[in-house]
Design a protein around this ligand. Sequence first.
Ligand code: HEM
Length: 204
Amino acid sequence: MAKEQEFYWRRLHSLLGLIPIGLFLTVHLFINFSATKGAETFNKFSEGMESLPFLGIIEWVVIYIPLLFHAIYGVYIAFTAKPNLNRFGTTRNWFFVLQRFTGIFLVIFIAWHIWQTRLQKTIADATIDYNLMSDVVTSTGMLIFYIVGIIAATFHLSNGLWSFLVSWGITQSPKSQKVVTWITMIIFVLLSVVGVMAILAFRG
Ligand code: HEM
């Protein structure tokens, strides 16, 4: 791939990771968190989402197309990019590796999650509600798989925010990059708490 062309693909990949995918993930976790207030509250939110006009188009434009591009190009990056041991410290290089591992794991997790929820609506006319998710996480194995998936996603998004700010030249000095490492790790912990509390709420 020509260098200049690759630069623009990378920028697009980076931008889509944050907007709309990252934004969607955040909203998704907060809506799921409503399950901590009981099945009825969650179902109200879920019904509200389901009744949005042009839902099919919104789903494709905001979620599936950006996610497909980000995931396919992300797999390519994950298998070709090398960590920069000279420029960044050891922690950052570990995060670099984790970003790639979580990305690959997310391909499997998200595919499985879409199959268990959205595709059941299409092929089996299932209603996506509290009971559906409750059935999904009845088994301990599946609950653990979801918890690992949620934490992988929140890490990938939070650490991705760090690398987004570097890629776009917003945080350039080593000091600002260090401060943002802390900020993004706090975001990681907070989002993980929201996501894990939400999934546990589906166990009743
Ligand atoms: C929950 C879904 C996902 C979200 C919210 C998300 C978000 C992000 C964000 C915000 C970035 C930072 C962009 C940057 O480095 O400038 C990023 C980077 C990355 N994502 Fe994702 N992503 C998701 C799924 C995936 C999947 C399924 C893959 C597949 C492997 C993937 C692979 C990557 C890779 C390799 C990078 C690093 C790019 C680089 O360092 O240049 N992501 N992601």
